[in-house]
Design a protein around this ligand. Sequence first.
Ligand code: SOE
Length: 397
Amino acid sequence: MTTAKPLRVGMVGYAFMGAAHSHAWRTAPRFFDLPLDPQLTALCGRNDDGVRAVAGKLGWGSVETDWRRLLERDDIDLIDICTPGNTHAEIAIAALEAGKHVLCEKPLANSVAEAERMTEAAQAAAQRGVFSMCGFSYRRTPALALAKRMVDDGRLGNIRHVRAQYLQDWLSDETAPMTWRLDKSKSGSGSLGDIGAHSIDAAQWVTGQQITGVSALLETFVHERPLTGDLVGLGGHGDVGADAPRGTVTVDDAAIFTARFDGGATSAGAVGVFEATRFALGRKNAMRLEVNGTKASLAFDFEEMNVLSFYDAAESPDAGFRRIFVTEPEHPYAGNWWPTGHGLGYEHGFTHQVVDLVTAIGAGEQPSPSFADALQVQKVLAAVEGSAAESSRWQKV
Ligand code: SOE
């Protein structure tokens, strides 16, 4: 039995991210020593039957159908926002003003203006000991965290190239149904914000450099898709008739851009190439990052998420890239799980996110990534859209 003070969570939204976060809240205190004891106090969703069914399955103690009720309840300490981007700003700002800590899914918002308001609210709340974090969960993949540690330790030297791809294929089928992720008024953007945002965050975080400008193009391959009714989750293969009613896709299917970085603590900034698409047949969740420095290179692919490839120029050239199996006790997060060599999965990133969030809140410190960090990503997203709208003209961030 833990003696830690409870951290009572109210979560809004219960689809894909809601399930991943629920699992994380439940699992984190079972494998990590936390300063506070997370409790799955209330789950909120607009559909009473739907939210009740999921709450029972995922282990939530009570339900609400209006997120404002969560803010009124004095048995809730933290609001976890797992809803589409168009709702983030309103919920997060109100929650912070009500004195609740906030975990908000990425991308932080649907516009820079919203993200700026959220950041102001977050900074004001932090003065009162009320904290917030944005859910860039890939930072918590042990192999990517190890990549960052190696860059911070100077093992790559100065960074010259960043190559970031996030490739999926769940929209390749033209009859895959419409979802909220394809509706700009809900999601803000398409591949760019949903998956490209992860690449931008990971690239900046691992290298310690910020993107200062971009030249971009966006493409939408399929402009209409069958409406199946619920509009949630990631679509799969379409199984609706050819004459089913169709909805209009209002976001990018693919986003490609080049970028310059600011150099961080080093003198010369890196250059980067980014690609985000949900049309890369055969690539299921290939969130890839390759970094070339003056001393070494590293490469990561989420489809082999327990591996970090590392090439050290100080070794014999024919040593080639070596595959580090990131499951040793001294690797980030890995020591709290299984014996060496017994790898982790997608859900562990979310569990580690809870660990880092609760540890920071318990210590009275600002968790990372802060809303200010996520605002910077939002500015890159906006610059990409701005550049694409002007035939790839260079846009400063
Ligand atoms: C959540 O972090 C997320 O970005 C989803 O929104 C994407 O759709 C998923 O494929 C990767 O994770």
